[in-house]
Ligand binder design. Structure first.
Ligand SMILES: C[S@@+](CC[C@H](N)C(=O)[O-])C[C@H]1O[C@@H](n2cnc3c(N)ncnc32)[C@H](O)[C@@H]1O
Length: 237
């Protein structure tokens, strides 16, 4: 049983990409005024560094894993950003918008995206449903103007991007990176399932590698362009 998500390369890519996208669209996203919320902070190392390097940024994070929240609070204090980054224990969808709709324009997330037939995997909190994209789809239906989220090549990215389009989002920009299978994708039950999904045309993966892109999905008319097709091409191996 694994209790706290750990994948150094993936977390670093998530943090770096969030930082780049918040910087690039600083004037349009309004995060200096309202802050952002985060689904699934994990141990918070990735976004602590972002908060430290962007002085105007405030982040309200949530995680359903108690050991992760404990570790996150420790890391946030150690990084000296506890006045601007908080992590609460609980389901993002129950807590972040308990007032009945997003009050904040921007959500960031490296969401659970492990596809598997059921939740009985190494770290059940990382289960993304049968196709791996349940949580990002739920985020895209929650009503934020801007969703900065990691999209994995083996988690039915075409459905994710088309669902985003149907909900009125464009892909403003993204940062893609190749990753080797880590602890969670290598679990035999997960690896076999990924292979089946790719054979069915629900994603792309090599025998031991896949792609992840952190993308800004936006409904903000001030943010130009749509790179949805480029994003899908970048995810193909
Ligand atoms: C892939 S990890 C990302 C952790 C961290 N953001 C990083 O990139 O290093 C996903 C995290 O989401 C958390 N999580 C899963 N479902 C959640 C939910 N409904 N609400 C809040 N957190 C959730 C998991 O416990 C896990 O820590």
């Amino acid at each position: 049983m694994v209790t706290c998500f750990s994948s150094a390369d993936e977390s670093a890519h998530y943090g770096f990409s969030v930082c780049m996208l918040l910087e690039q669209y600083r004037d349009q996203l309004g995060w200096e005024r309202d802050g952002v919320v985060e689904l699934g902070s994990g141990d918070a190392t990735a976004i602590s560094d972002v908060v430290a390097s962007l002085p105007g940024l405030r982040v309200r994070g949530f995680d359903i894993s108690a050991p992760s929240v404990e570790k996150a609070r420790e890391n946030i204090r150690a990084r000296g950003v506890d006045d601007r980054y908080t992590v609460e224990l609980g389901d993002f969808f129950d807590q972040a918008d308990s007032s009945g709709g997003p009050q904040i324009a921007t959500v960031i997330s490296n969401p659970p995206y492990i596809p598997a037939p059921d939740r009985d995997i190494l770290m059940p909190e990382l289960w993304g449903g049968v196709y791996g994209n349940d949580l990002v789809l739920q985020l895209l239906k929650t009503g934020y103007d801007n969703v900065v989220a990691a999209v994995a090549s083996y988690s039915d990215p075409v459905t994710t991007v088309r669902t985003a389009e149907d909900a009125g989002y464009r892909v403003a920009n993204f940062l893609a990176m190749g990753l080797d299978y880590g602890t969670y994708s290598s679990e035999p039950k997960v690896r076999d399932h990924i292979r089946r999904l790719c054979d069915e045309g629900r994603g792309w993966a090599g025998d031991d590698e896949y792609m992840v892109a952190v993308a800004l999905f936006t409904r903000n008319a001030d943010v130009p362009g749509d790179r949805a097709d480029q994003l899908l091409r970048a995810l193909q191996l």
